[in-house]
Every structure is written in structure tokens, then in C-alpha cells.
Write a protein of this length. Structure first.
Ligand code: ADQ
Length: 489
């Protein structure tokens, strides 16, 4: 228990992420509707929220510039324990610029952007400054709301300067930071001009968490190579200060998906989908439309499969749901065009008036329909070029208790380390391998599918988002007690 027995109060926790778990939408003058955005992060933290007196700090999805409006929105958010951070004019350079244009590609081994050679230094500097400014805005809001003894759990690459800023304000604030994306090899991270400052800031935290052992060890070797600090089994040691580095694989709330598959509405949708695709096997893809998800590679693998397996041509369909994101970043617009081009080519080559091999939708689908799709799919195809974890794989498995379909999973997704035993692992860059994996999955005997599904279903059930949140918090809490003792000594 995290209760403070001396005064009978629950331990306070500030969960800090770029986005709040709710999105605000204007409904009238000074009135707002607040919509919860579900997902692994949110469900994991809701589990933690019951153990701690939790407050959330982050951007509510809108910026307001009027004091009265800001007050009204802050008051509505306060009722659900959310504290807003408004970015104002730095948003574009911070979010689209440094976070998603520079850090995101580096963290996923895609390198720094190549364009605008004449302007790169200026752009980089402006975006870097905006990133620091945005991190300082978070610091200010946290300081305003901090009470002595609070734990602070920071999420993701948007807030890499926040540990340092908080520790500069008060070195006794206990700070944990978790990275949802992969951490790259040191050779890639080294190319980032601001590499040392970012690493130094992270090392001021008490606990740093990663999804997999590989990402954690990349981080440790990056720090030892760039900063010359020492890597030990406990973490990183620098001038006697220990920063704990540990592995916490995230999961989902499996029961939410299992229960949804039993709802009459979802069952009805499943029946309709089965009728729609009668006589065909369904391969499913569900991704944000992002370079890292390897959607073009998925289509190339499927094209190769259709080329080489004439007998399957009118017996299989690939349904790809690709929700567009980060449209203001040029690279994202490029990948969207590339994906559309491939859909046109493959449907043109292998389609007929009555049937198309690829059904591609640029949209988000609602939760119940998503569960119905997961439940009726024969094969789930995940071809991320790199991915922190990939929760879509977990969601598919949770919905497959009846069907026991096959997961084809990129070896470059964090999930390959946890679901590798039951999935067919592929290198998404190797079209021949993807094509063979599709064939193997479609032809897999029921007994083998059942065996593989059992292993993965058991894993998804036991390694939930709730467990992830509790494991991280318990470690942060213990780190807290230890350093507390050091101070007392
Ligand atoms: P994401 O890159 O967003 O997350 P992922 O883990 O697969 O990737 O989660 C995506 C979520 O969005 C899933 O819950 C999925 O259901 C939903 N989703 C995706 N496309 C959708 C669509 N078209 N319609 C409706 N819902 C859709 C980042 C990292 C991941 C890491 C998570 C959590 O990039 O590697 O697993 O954070 O740490």
C-alpha cells in the first residue's frame, strides 16, 4: 500500500504527458465537452490512479488565449483531476517540429530530415528552443501544483528536459520517466545535435523505464559512449548519483476487449462483416498512418504474395485501417501518398469489377467496430519498421478467443519480445519473407493456431496495462524510499 500511515492520506501522484487523457471540445461560449481518449497508456494509468491520489498534467487538445476561457476550461478539467498546459505560439515548432519532425524519426532509426539544407540550422535551433520552452511550461504548471512528497511520472520523448527542470527547482522531487517509443542504437542517437543535453537531463531522474531490454541497453550504452558515465546492472552511475534504468513492457486492458466481443452490437457487426467477406480469408492491418508502421512494406509483401499465389487471388482480402496522424509534418503526407499509390497499383493489377484485394480506409473506427474487425480476421499483419511495443497486436489476440487467428508480427516491434512465441515473426523489409509468412498463416492447421493463440492469450491476459503501471510505480516508490534513506543518513 502507498498510504502515508502517519496521516492516513493516499500517496499523491502527478502523471505528466504531452496529452491529457481527455480531449476538450468547445460547445459554446466558455463551455466545453470533455471526451476520454482510451488506449494502453490511459487504461494502464487508470489502474494506477486507484492506488494513488492521482492528478494528470498535459495539453487538453486545444489552446485558448482568453483568460476567462482558460479559467472556465481549467475548472471543468479540475473536476476530473486534470491540469491543463497550454502551449500558445510554441506548439507548432515544439510538437510538429522538434518532437515529431526530429526526435520521432531519430528514435525510430529513420535519421534526421534531409530537406531544406540552407535553412536546417535555423529550423533546428528554433524547434529546439521551442521544445525547451514547452518543457518549461510543463515545469511551471507542475511547480504550481506540487506538494511535498508528490511522485512525478513523466511520459515520453516530448518531455525529455522536464526531469532536469524539476530537479533544478527542487532536487527532492521524485521523478520517473517512461519512453513509449524505442530507444535507438548509440550510432543513431549520436547524430542528434542536442544529444548530450537531452541525456544529461534524463539522468537527473530517479527511474527511467523502457518497453524492452534492448531499448534499455541501447540507452545505457548511448550514455556510456556519449557522456562517459558508467553503466551498471542497477542503472547509470555518474559522480555517485545512480539513475535506475529498468524494463516495463506495457499491455492493454484485456477484459475491455474480451467483454466487447460478447456485446450483441459487436456480434451483429461481426455477422455483417462475415457476410461481406464470405468465401474469403481476411487479413487485417490497423495502424496510425505513420512511416514507422511499415504500411508500404506490408502492401509490397501482399503484392508479392498475390503475384506468387494465383490460387489465392480471389480468396483473400487485406483490410487496412490507417488513421491519419500528424498531417502538418511533411514526411507524414509523403507516406500517405505512397500508400495510396500502392493501393491503386495493387488493386489495379489484381482486382476485378466485383472484388478488390485491398480495402484501405484513411480513418479511425469506433471501439466496437474495431473489436468486430479484430474478431473476424484470420490473420493480423503488423509490419512496423520499429515500434515501442505495438498494442494493436495485443488487442487482436484479446479478441481472438473464438477464431484463433494468426499474428504475423514484425521483429522490430517491442511486442516481438513478448508475443514472439505465438506469432510468425518477419523482417518487414524482406518482401519475400512477408509473402511467405502470409502464406504460412493462411494455411496454418487449426491445431497449430490453437496452440500459438493459447500462449499469446495467456501473456496478454497476465501482462496487462494495469500491471505495467503498478510495476513502474512500485519501482519508483522503492527508489524513493532508498534515496530518502540516504538523505536521512
Ligand atoms: P502508437 O504508435 O499509437 O503508440 P500502438 O501501440 O499500436 O501504437 O497503439 C495504437 C492504438 O491506437 C491502439 O490502441 C489502436 O487500437 C488504436 N488505433 C490505431 N489505429 C486505429 C484506427 N484506425 N481506428 C481506431 N483505433 C486505432 C505508441 C508507440 C507504441 C506503443 C504505445 C504504448 O508508438 O509502440 O506500444 O505508444 O506505449
Amino acid at each position: 500500500s502507498y498510504d502515508d500511515e502517519s496521516c492516513g492520506k493516499r500517496q499523491r501522484l502527478l502523471v505528466v504527458a504531452n496529452r491529457l487523457p481527455v480531449s476538450a471540445k468547445r460547445t459554446g461560449e466558455n463551455s466545453w465537452s470533455l471526451e476520454m481518449s482510451p488506449g494502453g497508456l490511459v487504461s494502464g494509468l487508470l489502474g494506477v490512479a486507484t492506488e494513488f491520489e492521482t492528478k494528470w498534467v498535459g495539453w487538453p487538445g486545444v489552446d485558448v488565449y482568453d483568460v476567462v476561457e482558460e479559467k472556465a476550461l481549467s475548472e471543468s478539467l479540475a473536476e476530473i483531476k486534470c491540469i491543463p498546459v497550454f502551449f500558445g505560439e510554441v506548439f507548432d515548432q515544439y510538437y510538429n517540429g522538434y518532437c515529431n519532425g526530429i526526435l520521432w524519426p531519430i528514435l525510430h532509426h529513420l535519421g534526421l530530415p534531409q530537406e531544406d539544407h540552407n535553412d536546417t540550422n535555423k529550423t533546428f535551433q528554433t524547434q529546439y528552443d521551442a521544445y525547451k520552452k514547452a518543457n518549461r511550461k510543463f515545469r511551471d504548471v507542475i511547480i504550481e501544483n506540487y506538494e511535498e512528497g508528490d511522485l512525478v511520472w513523466i511520459h515520453d520523448y516530448h518531455l525529455m528536459f522536464l526531469p532536469q527542470y524539476l530537479k533544478e527547482y527542487n532536487k527532492n522531487i521524485k521523478v520517473g520517466w517512461f519512453l513509449h517509443s524505442p530507444f535507438p542504437s548509440s550510432e543513431v542517437f549520436k547524430t542528434l545535435p542536442s544529444r548530450s543535453e537531452l541525456l544529461r537531463s534524463l539522468l537527473t531522474a530517479d527511474l527511467l523505464g523502457f518497453h524492452t531490454y534492448d531499448f534499455a541497453s541501447h540507452f545505457v550504452s548511448t550514455c556510456t559512449r556519449i557522456l562517459g558515465v558508467e553503466g551498471t546492472p542497477e542503472g547509470i552511475v555518474d559522480h555517485g548519483k545512480v539513475t535506475r534504468v529498468a524494463v516495463f513492457p506495457i499491455g492493454i486492458d484485456p477484459n475491455r476487449f474480451i467483454k466487447a466481443c460478447e456485446l450483441p452490437e459487436v456480434r451483429q457487426q461481426m455477422t455483417e462483416l462475415k457476410e461481406r467477406f464470405a468465401g474469403k480469408k481476411v487479413i487485417l492491418g490497423v495502424d496510425r498512418l505513420d512511416m514507422i508502421k511499415g504500411i508500404p512494406q506490408k502492401f509490397l509483401g501482399f503484392e508479392k504474395f498475390l503475384e506468387e499465389n494465383m490460387d489465392w487471388r480471389d480468396k483473400v482480402v487485406l483490410v487496412q485501417i490507417a488513421v491519419p496522424t500528424r498531417n502538418s509534418v511533411p514526411e507524414y503526407r509523403k507516406v500517405k501518398d505512397q500508400v495510396h499509390g500502392l493501393v491503386g497499383r495493387i488493386n489495379g493489377r489484381f482486382g476485378s469489377v466485383s472484388s478488390l484485394p485491398i480495402h484501405h480506409l484513411d480513418c479511425s473506427v469506433d471501439f466496437n467496430f474495431l473489436c468486430a474487425l479484430y474478431a473476424i480476421a484470420d490473420v493480423m499483419l503488423v509490419t512496423s519498421l520499429r515500434d515501442g511495443m505495438n498494442l494493436v497486436s495485443y488487442e487482436f489476440i484479446a479478441c481472438q478467443e473464438a477464431k484463433k487467428g494468426v499474428l504475423v508480427l514484425s521483429e522490430f516491434a517491442g511486442a516481438a519480445q513478448s508475443l514472439g512465441a505465438g506469432a510468425i515473426l518477419v523482417n518487414p523489409w524482406d518482401v519475400t519473407e512477408v509473402s511467405s509468412a502470409i502464406k504460412e498463416a493462411l494455411n496454418m492447421p487449426a491445431e497449430e493456431r490453437e496452440k500459438r493463440h493459447r500462449v499469446n492469450f495467456q501473456y496478454v491476459k497476465t501482462h496487462s496495462a494495469k500491471k505495467w503501471g503498478n510495476d513502474f510505480m512500485s519501482e519508483l516508490h522503492d527508489t524513493f524510499s532508498e534515496s530518502d534513506m540516504k538523505i536521512k543518513k
